[in-house]
Ligand binder design. Sequence first.
Ligand SMILES: Nc1ncnc2c1ncn2[C@@H]1O[C@H](COP(=O)(O)OP(=O)(O)OP(=O)(O)O)[C@@H](O)[C@H]1O
Ligand SMILES: [Mg+2]
Length: 288
Amino acid sequence: MSEAATAIGAGATAAGLAPAISIRGVTQRFGAVGAAQGVLALDDISLDIAPGEFVCLLGPSGCGKSTLLNIIGGLFKPTSGEVTVAGKRVDGAPRPDEIAFVFQESTLFPWYTIIENFRIALKFQGVPKSERDDLAMDALKAVGMGGFARHYPTQLSVGMRQRVNMARGICVRTNILLMDEPFAALDEQSRMVLGEDLSTLLAKTGKTIVFVTHSLAEAVFLSDRIVVMTARPGRVKTIVNVNERHPRAPDFMLEPRFGEMRNELFALLRDEIRRAMALQRDADGGGA
Ligand SMILES: Nc1ncnc2c1ncn2[C@@H]1O[C@H](COP(=O)(O)OP(=O)(O)OP(=O)(O)O)[C@@H](O)[C@H]1O
Ligand SMILES: [Mg+2]
């Protein structure tokens, strides 16, 4: 089930595919070396992600998951190492034609209706005007939000906004979708239903996804590979493969191997979470 960290990306190369995303020796330090406030967030991460693969980043809070996602998305340049997307180096410059983001907080403009928010995103992507509304409505209907196209974001609940946010990320025509805890604001039942929808939608689109979550069940249900990271500085501890075709049915969660994988992940993470908590206590000066 697990593979050694040294074999990262073996899946992509074994299948004879050029990776959609290639991460090579990425290290990220915030602040100067040796500075009191300096933080080594990521330490020498290397990983290849195949086209159409769903990869989940799992690890304790502060281990650098969002930092890695932001580097892949070109939001900033790493201290050292490089990321290549579709054969082109990402050099701290966003590539909206190729890479879409779905963040934890909804990023809808509050002064535009839902459909207007979609139109802006699709316009930015260069989608012809005549196609924008159909694409938007298809995506909204796919997450059960077709009836809310003319509402303003503030007229929707947090969960509804997040469903819209996810639909927008999927409908833009990028090959790569980066999702940073997109379901974190939702209740457990909504997360599970939306997870099913996501698996179905993505099976159709064939997008390459990097997804950050703290939920072990979500990671197993959605991913082809789960990258388990260490406490800060974030390194790849191990990779767990989930061999199950997409789209995944809820029954998958009832299979014994689903529970076994979730338990395996928890065992892998337990020590890292304790280390992360100890780091936090040290940073707080030993705690009050
Ligand atoms: N812009 C920044 N300046 C300074 N330090 C930063 C910056 N961004 C992140 N860090 C630090 O880098 C480390 C990794 O942060 P990051 O947000 O990537 O963690 P994470 O794994 O996404 O955590 P969480 O699960 O809580 O979202 C943390 O110690 C954080 O304080
Ligand atoms: Mg984060």
